[in-house]
Design a binder for this molecule. Structure first.
Ligand SMILES: Cc1ncc(C[n+]2csc(CCOP(=O)(O)OP(=O)(O)O)c2C)c(N)n1
Ligand SMILES: [Mg+2]
Length: 397
């Protein structure tokens, strides 16, 4: 009988060829090392990895990091004022967010997590839109759905899912779609160290490896998943090494060195665009703030640890580098921060004046045509609003 099977396995069994061993020993070094361009004093330690960027672009990268820090601190303040429900602070992770998004092309797609303000800004989201979202104003692009998680089709940013790591296989799927359609699109998924313990991480990386999906996985190893430290997250010596078991490169990079992140992510994007498949980038960083505004990190980590981590924070070191290169003086850099602070304060004032979303917002924007049971509920809801009005009751926005 004629066989319809087109694939076959290698028989008889034999050891793997030496070139595989050689390739993997190189990959092993990348997965266990730490790529850096500048050290914590801003000194160049690897000229070969330095991205070829004009001074104006270096300056722009710093400005995005400043903007991420400024809007982050405003969101924290607004939460403390009772105006924002919940915020996941970004402080300390700005280099990974900006360094990942900056080399992406406009047609690429970002599947982020909830801690990437710098990446949203680079993709084109404004501070005003971030605030509209966090405060659920009338201009909230996601119309009040869930709490402060961001996204917008306009910038090819898929809103982050609440279940940790769900975006990983979704990103692989989107990358496969782009590949099948022949689009020049690379997908970037961002997630934390904690997300690597979900089955979704395995499914997403395994599938992407087998089918060479054009996707870059950026794992932000910020040392903590709420109160769980990395040593309780995995027994492996690094997260990047996990990629090797899926047949894809895994690169461990200093996530507080924006130039190194830029360089490593650029290379991974180019690999994917050439049809060579996915890469896992482990960006080693540190979450300087609490997990969210509902968290008290004093219960599980020492202040001393945070103080040490602050020495490695990404803005200061990049500022020192820019100063030493004559691109931006420390004084100009600090002035830039003050200017953004004043600018964002004005935006905050304006956004606080905006009306909230209409009360019936949750009946819209989910289905193109409401199913009958929601239609019934909607009628009942409108009726109850009328009753409330007749009784003179004020429903909260
Ligand atoms: C599937 C799932 N389990 C648990 C949670 C609760 N939760 C929210 S964030 C988080 C920690 C995630 O840590 P990590 O992936 O390292 O990201 P980080 O918050 O450090 O950026 C957990 C357990 C969740 N949202 N989804
Ligand atoms: Mg984490």
């Amino acid at each position: 009988m004629e066989s319809h099977v087109s694939e076959k396995v290698d028989l008889p069994f034999k050891p793997l060829p030496p070139e595989v061993l050689e390739e993997y020993s190189g990959r092993l070094r990348e997965a266990l090392g730490l790529k850096r361009v500048i050290d914590e004093e801003g000194r160049v330690v690897d000229e070969g990895l330095m991205p070829k960027l004009p001074p104006s672009e270096m300056r722009e990268i710093y400005e995005y990091m400043v903007r991420a820090r400024v809007i982050d601190s405003w969101l924290l303040k607004l939460q403390r004022m009772g105006r924002v429900a919940l915020h996941a602070p970004n402080k300390g992770q700005e280099a990974t967010a900006v360094g990942t998004a900056k080399p992406m092309k406009p047609q690429d797609w970002l599947f982020p997590s909830y801690r990437e303000l710098g990446a949203y800004l680079v993709r084109g989201m404004s501070e005003e839109e971030i605030l509209d979202r966090a405060l659920n104003t009338i201009d909230d692009p996601l119309k009040g759905s869930d709490f402060a998680i961001y996204g917008n089709r306009k910038y090819n940013i898929v809103p982050a899912p609440v279940p940790v790591g769900n975006q990983i296989p979704l990103a692989t799927g989107a990358a496969m779609a782009a590949k099948i359609l022949g689009h020049d699109t690379v997908v970037v998924a961002m997630f934390g160290d904690g997300a690597s313990s979900r089955g979704d991480f395995h499914a997403g990386l395994n599938f992407a490896g087998v089918f060479k999906a054009p996707v870059v996985f950026v794992l932000q190893n910020n040392q903590w998943a709420i109160s769980v430290p990395v040593k309780r997250q995995t027994a492996a010596p690094s997260f990047a090494i996990k990629a090797l078991a899926y047949g894809i490169p895994g690169v461990r990079v200093d996530g507080n060195d924006v130039l190194a992140v830029y360089s490593v992510v650029s290379e991974a994007l180019e690999r994917a665009r050439r049809g060579e498949g996915p890469t896992l980038v482990e960006a080693v960083t540190y979450r300087l703030g609490p997990h969210t505004t509902a968290d008290d990190p004093g219960r599980y980590r020492s202040e001393e640890e945070v103080k040490i981590a602050e020495r490695y924070e990404p803005l200061k070191r990049f500022r020192k580098f820019l100063d030493s290169q004559g691109i931006l003086t420390e004084k100009e850099a600090l002035q830039m921060e003050e200017e953004w602070n004043a600018r964002v304060e004005d935006i905050v004032k304006r956004v606080l004046e905006k009306p909230g979303l209409p009360k019936d917002v949750f009946f819209h924007n989910v289905y193109e045509r409401r199913p009958w049971h929601l239609e019934e509920e909607y009628e009942e809801f409108k009726e109850s609003l009328k009753v409330a009005e007749e009784l003179g009751l004020e429903l909260e926005e």
